[in-house]
Design a protein around this ligand. Sequence first.
Ligand code: COA
Length: 160
Amino acid sequence: VTAGGRAGIRRASARDLDQLTALWRAINAHHSHLDPLFTERSEAGAEARELLRAQLADADMAFFVSERAGELVGFCAVRVDRAPPILVEVERAQITDLFVVESLRRKGLARALVACALEWVRARRVGRIEVRVARGNHEGQAFWRSLGFSDLMDVLHRRL
Ligand SMILES: CC(C)(COP(=O)(O)OP(=O)(O)OC[C@H]1O[C@@H](n2cnc3c(N)ncnc32)[C@H](O)[C@@H]1OP(=O)(O)O)[C@@H](O)C(=O)NCCC(=O)NCCS
């Protein structure tokens, strides 16, 4: 049995759109406590659903979801991008989103979701993956470092 099988993980489909939208928005809610710049507009629901619909149909993206008793309890989204044409690297991957419901954290669910995403990336023969993590997101920082991810770039910003 693969990691995906143990944790009830499968690829998402358009049927998951409503539940996936709710989980996706929970990531924004989590981040809005870290910095107001992550706060969603009040009418963001329909927009978020349409964005996700497009991403689900994108052949360069994959969504892995974990399901318990018919409910989605976590997901991981991954995308393959072209590198700038002047670099020796041709393609790179990025984890665009990762979330596990609070009641099921620290049980290895995110690790299993990410394992499925990495398997998908490797199958496409892409040799490197990035993730953007807010400095103040302590569980996110600890999680990615536990999987061997390390610092590459600092995103600096300044309010004007
Ligand atoms: C980050 C997140 C996805 C982790 O999900 P999870 O299912 O709890 O993670 P796992 O159980 O697979 O954790 C694997 C390892 O990561 C590390 N880790 C995870 N959460 C941690 C925490 N809160 N503090 C310290 N280490 C942590 C541990 O090493 C853990 O292994 P261990 O439990 O055996 O010690 C989850 O906390 C979450 O959804 N947070 C809100 C959204 C978010 O921040 N997403 C990431 C954005 S980049």
